[in-house]
Design a protein around this ligand. Structure first.
Ligand code: UN1
Length: 512
């Protein structure tokens, strides 16, 4: 592979130096130690090279951890409002570069431009939200059981954090990990997905240009088994925050468990939208289309099951198929297009395997189930929006995460059965119900086993000031975003100040 960086013609609107083909270690942009590289290619046209990036390993990971460790004390001692001011600058730089970053994203990972803009906006929202946190970062003050004694709990940083992020939200997800982490006083080594290295580099460059001090955020490009594993096993990395597959997440959790490292995982989903017989069907239809086929179904929150009341099922499915057939597939940089390609060949093959499994299991393929024909699609990893009917809850296509534009319609007789089916998978990220009955809506809020429940909205659409994450195999009990993520990126320290001037013994001197 060539070591010379190459930016293709379609990325002309991306300023030079914007997505640097190098690691960021301290203040230096460096190639991989042995000069090894890997390419990032556009999923819309595999002939286009987006850039060539350092294929790093243990040595680069160690250098980045050392830089993060070196920067830690000065950053930890920087007052939080000043750390917040740096985040405000990050928001400003990201806003300035929003269009260029969005174009780079559509080119590199294939989602339509309008969605890429939403991804960058989510990062801007995060930077703004956590910049305000610099003047809060509240702890607790409490009482003491002893006289002339004061008790409080304060947040302290954890140390060096390793961030391992996916390609499907290549700016938003790094942002919602890195911004709260550095606001809390931690320093970071960031390993972007190997399918979105240019986005990772452009994001890291934006942070540096915004004034994040050297070493506070370091970037190491490369593969999970090489860089990711080195971070997970490094004794100076105190925390791993990971978003990705359950298989990788469980390996990370095992290693972190053995090394007594903090670890926050966001993994798969098998999200469902329930449509009851009293629902506004137009609204539910729009929600299902966006939820199932937005980002070509490559979201952890995608609607991969539709749980439909039997009274509306036929009409609903018929209308959904008609609408899905009208979705415009094509180059994600062309604003007319609603669905871009899948991220890479392996992902398309995975989707194809699941479509074959669905057919073998006896589900009825109503539309899609194939690659679109035509010259425009020849060099990209496109796949048509696919709807299965006659799916039963135990089928593999109703149980396993596909991560593509495939949704499975399951018929139910009642609200109770809908809840049971929705809850009947190993995952629990997002859920949705369309109904006009307020009692049912509240029962759904109470009974659906998921980290997120939408009433009369699709399964996608999380906002940055709300906790994000899931139950069961979707996570390991943590939440990202909102106030909740502060509990991931800080430790609680309890402080007792005894101003009585004598030894006082808790539980012994006073028995309440
Ligand atoms: C993901 O699905 O990987 O709610 C993250 C949403 C986005 C975040 C999704 N704001 O769809």
């Amino acid at each position: 592979m060539s070591r010379k960086p190459h930016i293709s013609a379609t990325s002309q609107s991306v300023p030079s130096g914007f997505a640097r083909p190098a690691n960021l270690i301290g203040s230096a942009w460096l190639p991989a130690a042995e000069g090894r590289t890997f390419e990032s290619r556009s999923p819309a046209d595999g002939r286009k090279v987006v850039g060539v990036f350092p294929r790093s390993g243990r040595e680069e990971a160690e250098a980045a951890v050392a830089a993060a460790k070196g920067a830690y004390d000065a950053w930890r001692l920087t007052p939080p409002p000043l750390r917040g001011a740096v985040l405000r600058q990050c928001a400003a730089v990201l806003r300035e570069r929003k269009e260029a970053l969005s174009r780079l994203m559509s080119l590199e990972m294939g989602k339509p431009l309008v969605e890429s803009r939403g991804d960058v906006q989510e990062a801007i929202d995060c930077a703004e939200y956590y910049s305000g946190e610099g003047r809060r970062l509240f702890g607790d003050t409490s009482t003491s059981e002893l006289p002339s004694k004061f008790a409080m709990a304060v947040r302290v940083p954890v140390g060096v954090c390793g961030m391992i992020t996916p390609w499907n939200f290549p700016v938003a997800i790094p942002a919602w990990k890195i911004f709260p982490a550095i606001l809390c006083g931690n320093t970071v080594v960031f390993k972007p997905a190997e399918d979105a290295p240019a986005c990772g580099a452009a994001f890291a460059a934006a942070l540096r240009d915004a004034g994040v001090p050297p070493g506070v955020v370091n970037l190491v490009q490369g593969f999970g088994e090489e860089v990711g594993a080195a971070l997970v096993h490094h004794p100076d990395v105190r925390l791993i925050s990971f978003t990705g597959s359950c298989e990788t997440g469980s390996l990370i959790a095992g290693a972190c468990g053995q090394n007594l490292k903090r670890c926050s995982l966001e993994m798969g989903g098998k999200n469902a939208q329930i449509v009851m017989d009293d629902a506004d069907l137009d609204l539910a239809l729009e929600g299902a289309l966006w939820g199932a086929f937005g980002t070509a179904g490559q979201r952890c929150t995608a609607t991969s099951r539709l749980i439909l009341h039997r009274k509306i099922k036929r009409t609903f499915v018929k209308r959904l198929v008609a609408a899905a057939r009208k979705l415009r597939l094509g180059d994600p940089l062309n604003e007319r297009h609603q669905i871009g390609p899948l991220v890479n060949e392996a992902q398309r093959e995975r989707v194809e395997r699941y479509v074959a499994i669905g057919q073998e299991e006896g589900a009825k393929l109503l539309c899609g189930g194939r690659r679109p024909a035509g010259a425009a699609f020849k060099h990209g990893w496109y796949y048509e929006p696919t709807i299965f009917d006659g799916v039963t809850p135990d089928m593999r296509i109703a149980q396993e995460e596909i991560f593509g534009p495939v949704t499975a319609a399951i018929e139910v007789k009642s609200f109770e059965q809908a809840v049971e089916v929705l809850n009947g998978t190993a995952y629990g990220l997002s859920s949705s119900i369309y109904t006009r009955d307020v009692n049912r809506a509240f029962r759904a809020i109470r009974d659906l086993e998921a980290g997120i429940t939408y009433i009369n909205g699709p399964t996608i659409g999380a906002e940055v000031h709300m906790p994000f994450g899931g139950v069961k195999n979707t996570g390991n009990g943590h939440r990202e975003a909102g106030q909740a993520v502060l509990d991931v990126f800080s430790e609680w320290k309890s402080v007792y100040v005894d101003y009585s001037g004598k030894l006082q013994k808790a539980q012994i001197d006073v028995q309440a």
